[in-house]
Design a protein around this ligand. Structure first.
Ligand code: ATP
Ligand code: MG
Length: 242
C-alpha cells in the first residue's frame, strides 16, 4: 500500500502542491482529476523521484521512502504523456536498454524479458521497427511495456488518453485495468472524465495543489449528489465539450 502524508512541493517559493494526503492499495486505480495547472503532473513527478518533495512523507508497504530511493529503486514507474521513448532505438532496444543499464541484466536476459513483454503488448512483430514507425496506441503500449520491465510497485500514467484517438481510449482503459488486476497500484492523472466511466477507480479531485474531494467511481456514479465538487467539475467539462 502507498501512503502519502502531508506532501508539499514548492517551486521557486511558489506552493505547487500542499497537504496532499493519498492512499492507494495494490490493485487499485487512483485517478487524479483536475483542471490544467492544479498540480497533477507535479505530484506524479515527485512520486517517481524526478523532483524532490518539499515536505511530507511517502510510505510504501510500511516503509518510508525518500526521493533518492524513489529515483534509484524504480519503485514508481511513469508512463509519460509524450511517452518519452528513445526515437533512435528500435522497439526492442527501448526495453532492453534500461534492463541492461539500470538492472544490469545480460543482453540475453534483457532480450528474453523484452520479447515476453512485446508479445504481451502485441508488439512482437514490431520488435525491429523504430519508434517513429509505430502508431500512437502502439507507442503507448511500448511505453507501458518499458515501464513494467523494471518491475515497479506503482505505475503512474500522465494524461494517458490525451495523445490518442478517442477510439483508443478503451484500449488504454483495458491496459490500465489489467495492470491493476495484476496487483500494481496505478495512479492516473487526467482532466478528461472518459476514463472514469470505463475503469472502476478512486477519483481524487484536485484544485489549487491539493485533493479537495475523493470518491470511489462506483459510489460517485450511483450518488452524484454526495460528491458535489466532483460532479461540478465533470459537469463543467461536459459543458465545455458541447
Ligand atoms: N518546473 C516548474 N517551474 C515552475 N513552475 C512549475 C514547474 N512545473 C510546474 N509548475 C507550475 O506548477 C503548477 C502545476 O503544474 P502541473 O504541470 O503539475 O499541472 P497539471 O495539473 O499537470 O496541468 P495539465 O493538466 O495542464 O497537465 C502550474 O502552475 C505550473 O506552472
Ligand atoms: Mg499535467
Amino acid at each position: 500500500m502507498l501512503i502519502i502524508k502531508n506532501l508539499y512541493k514548492c517551486i521557486q517559493q511558489a506552493p505547487i502542491l500542499r497537504e496532499i494526503n493519498l492512499e492507494v492499495q495494490r490493485g487499485e486505480v487512483a485517478v487524479l482529476l483536475g483542471a490544467s495547472g492544479v498540480g497533477k503532473t507535479t505530484l506524479l513527478r515527485v512520486l517517481s523521484g524526478i523532483m524532490p518533495a518539499s515536505g511530507g512523507t511517502i510510505e510504501l508497504d510500511g516503509e518510508q521512502i525518500d526521493t533518492e530511493q524513489l529515483r534509484t529503486q524504480h519503485t514508481v514507474g511513469m508512463v509519460f504523456q509524450q511517452f518519452n521513448l528513445f526515437a533512435h532505438l528500435t522497439v526492442e532496444q527501448n526495453i532492453t536498454i534500461a534492463l541492461e543499464h539500470v538492472l544490469h541484466k545480460s543482453k540475453e536476459e534483457a532480450r528474453a524479458i523484452a520479447h515476453e513483454l512485446l508479445e504481451r503488448y502485441g508488439l512482437l512483430d514490431k520488435a525491429d521497427y523504430t519508434v517513429g514507425q509505430l502508431s500512437g496506441g502502439q507507442k503507448q503500449r511500448l511505453a507501458i511495456a518499458r515501464t513494467v520491465a523494471l518491475k515497479p510497485a506503482v505505475v503512474c500514467f500522465d494524461e494517458p488518453t490525451s495523445a490518442l484517438d478517442p477510439l483508443l481510449t478503451s484500449y488504454v482503459a483495458s491496459n490500465i485495468e489489467e495492470l491493476a488486476a495484476e496487483g500494481y497500484m496505478v495512479i492516473v492523472s487526467t482532466h478528461s472524465p472518459q476514463l472514469l466511466e470505463k475503469i472502476p477507480c478512486t477519483i481524487h479531485l484536485m484544485r489549487n495543489g491539493t485533493i479537495v474531494e475523493s470518491a470511489r467511481s462506483i459510489n460517485f456514479f450511483a450518488d452524484k449528489q454526495d460528491y458535489l465538487q466532483i460532479a461540478a467539475f465533470m459537469a463543467g467539462v461536459e459543458h465545455k465539450r458541447k
